[in-house]
Design a protein around this ligand. Structure first.
Ligand code: NAP
Length: 270
C-alpha cells in the first residue's frame, strides 16, 4: 500500500537514541516520514534529528523514560499539543538484565516490564484508534529472536517479555486486518548496537558468537520496514535466525532447554 501523498506521515520511534531505533528512524525518514524521536538521552536524539533534517524529514524530540508508567500518556499529550498526528508507532526501546533473576532488584525487573511490555501495549492502545479511524497506520514492535527460542537462565525475563510482544503483535495484526493499519513483530537475532555494552556482555558474546551471526542495525531496520509495509505479522531477519527459530519450534522441550542451557554458561552468568 502506498503512503498518503501529503502531509508527510509521522512515526513515533521509541529508543531512537541508538542502535536499531536510530536505524529505523533513518529508514522511515528515507521513505518520506517525519519523526517523533524519544528515549532518555536527549543529545543523541537531537543529533539524529539534525541528521534527518538534511534528508528533508522534520523531527520532534521528546525525551522520556519509558520505565515510568505515566510516560506513554505524557508522550501522547506532548504529541497532540504539537498538533501532530501519529501514523506510525515503532515500539523499539529495550534492554536486558543478565545478572540472574535472584540477583536483580525487583525495581529493575519492573523497569524491563514497563519499557518492553506495558509501554508498547499502552502506546498502541493510545495511538491505534486514530490510525483505524483514518484508515492508515503502521505499528512495528521490535521483539527478538529470543522470544521464539526456549527459555534461558540469567536473562530470565527477557525472552518471555519478547514472546509476549510477538503474540500481542500477532493478535493485534489479526484484529486490525483490513483497517489499513499494519502490525508487525520484528524479531532480530544478534545485532551490532549498544545493547550488549549496556547489559555488560560485550566481551562474552563477541567471543562466544562468531562474526557471521551478527547483523547490522541498518539491515534489521530495512527488513522490519519492508515487512510492516507488506503487513506481515512477524519477521525474523536472517536465514540462520530463521533456522534457529524453526529448530526451537520443533525440538522437544527438554532437548531445546538443554540446547540453550549452554547460552548462559557461555556468558558465564550463572
Ligand atoms: N542488539 C541485539 O542483539 C538485539 C537482538 C534482538 C532484539 N533486540 C531489541 O532491539 C531493541 C533495540 O535494541 P538495540 O539493540 O538497538 O539496543 P541499544 O543500542 O542499547 O538501544 C536501546 C534503545 O532503547 C532506549 N531505552 C532503554 N531504556 C529506556 C528507557 N527506560 N526509556 C526510554 N528508552 C529507553 C535507549 O535509549 P536511552 O538509553 O537514551 O534511554 C536506546 O535508544 C530492543 O527492544 C532490544 O530488545 C536487540
Amino acid at each position: 500500500m502506498s503512503l498518503p501523498s501529503r502531509p508527510r506521515p509521522v512515526a513515533l520511534v521509541t529508543g531512537a537514541s541508538a542502535g536499531i531505533g536510530a536505524a529505523l528512524a533513518r529508514v522511515y525518514a528515507e521513505h518520506g516520514w517525519d519523526l517523533v524521536l524519544t528515549a532518555r538521552r536527549e543529545a543523541p536524539l537531537r543529533a539524529l534529528a539534525a541528521e534527518l533534517a538534511l534528508t528533508g524529514a522534520a523531527s520532534t524530540v521528546l525525551p522520556e523514560d519509558l520505565a515510568d508508567p505515566a510516560a506513554p500518556a505524557r508522550l501522547q499529550q506532548a504529541i497532540s499539543e504539537r498538533g501532530l498526528t501519529v501514523g506510525g508507532l515503532i515500539n523499539n526501546a529495550g534492554f536486558s538484565r543478565t545478572a540472574g533473576f535472584l540477583n536483580t532488584e525487583p525495581t529493575a525487573h519492573a523497569q524491563m516490564i514497563h519499557v518492553m511490555l506495558t509501554g508498547p501495549v499502552e502506546l498502541a492502545r493510545l495511538l491505534a484508534p486514530a490510525m483505524v479511524e483514518r484508515g492508515f497506520g503502521r505499528i512495528l514492535n521490535v521483539a527478538s529472536l529470543a522470544g521464539q527460542m526456549p527459555a534461558t537462565g540469567g536473562d530470565t525475563l527477557y525472552g518471555p517479555i519478547k514472546s509476549f510482544l510477538i503474540k500481542a503483535s500477532q493478535g493485534l495484526h489479526l484484529e486490525l486486518r483490513g483497517t489499513g493499519v499494519h502490525v508487525t513483530a520484528l524479531c532480530p537475532g544478534y545485532t551490532l548496537t549498544e545493547f550488549h555494552d549496556v547489559n555488560g556482555t560485550r566481551e562474552e558474546v563477541s567471543t562466544a558468537y562468531p562474526r557471521w551471526m551478527w547483523q547490522t542495525a541498518d539491515h534489521v531496520a530495512r527488513v522490519g520496514y519492508a515487512a510492516c509495509e507488506a503487513n506481515r505479522p512477524k519477521v525474523t531477519p536472517g536465514a540462520m535466525n530463521n533456522l534457529l527459530a524453526g529448530l526451537a519450534k520443533h525440538l522437544p522441550d527438554r532437548m531445546a532447554l538443554n540446547m540453550v542451557g549452554g547460552h548462559a554458561k557461555r556468558l558465564r552468568r550463572i
